[in-house]
Design a protein. Structure first.
Length: 197
């Protein structure tokens, strides 16, 4: 079983993925955003470095999942991202000409990867999202306007509505996975419902 956890920046993807991996004794793939050599430049000058940033991310994500699949035989694993997020970011950050370049590579890569058996969709209010982003004080994020994250959060909401794979929608305003251990147990049971379907 392949489980992906997705959500806007600051929604809690890594926390939930790690907790779920521990609960279910899963192999875990964590997004390596620091491996992108253009991310700092993108946040300081988005229009100049958007294409390089998005192409690097889709290649990094592909590499992480594709090579993990070779290592995990007949196992269950979880990732705190899904490569489809790269298309969402590309649509937000690229102009039409660069988006065509991106889509050509994205299509070729995704054809070689499995779709998730379940995708866990973490939804946040703008207020909670901005509070979390402000609280973790990451340099690249503090350079960005709140409006960027609000727009991205709206796109994630639309993205979740369009996903056709089995999905579990989670309101992060209503569930605190850090303070309440029963939240991860409940999520694990919800995922099990798909494996029994």
């Amino acid at each position: 079983m392949f489980i992906s956890v997705e959500g806007c920046i600051g929604s809690g993807k890594t926390t939930v993925a790690k907790l779920l991996a521990a609960e279910r004794n899963l192999n875990c793939i964590l997004e390596n955003h620091k491996a992108n050599p253009f991310i700092d430049k993108f946040y300081s000058n988005p229009s100049r470095y958007a294409l390089e940033t998005e192409l690097a991310f889709v290649l990094i994500h592909y590499h992480q999942v594709f090579h993990k699949l070779k290592q995990v035989k007949n196992g269950e694993y979880i990732s705190d991202f899904h490569i489809s997020k790269d298309l969402l970011f590309a649509k937000m950050n690229l102009d039409k000409k660069d988006l065509i370049i991106f889509k050509n590579l994205y299509t070729a890569l995704t054809e070689r990867l499995p779709v998730p058996d379940v995708i866990v969709c973490l939804q946040c209010s703008d207020k909670l999202l901005l509070k979390r982003i402000e609280g973790r004080k990451r340099d690249v994020e503090t350079q960005t306007t709140p409006q960027y994250f609000i727009k991205l959060n709206r796109l994630y909401k639309e993205y979740f509505e369009e996903i056709e794979w089995p999905k579990v929608l989670i309101s992060m305003d209503e569930r605190d996975f850090v303070k309440d251990p029963s939240c991860i147990q409940r999520l694990s049971r919800e995922i099990d419902e798909f494996s029994r379907a």
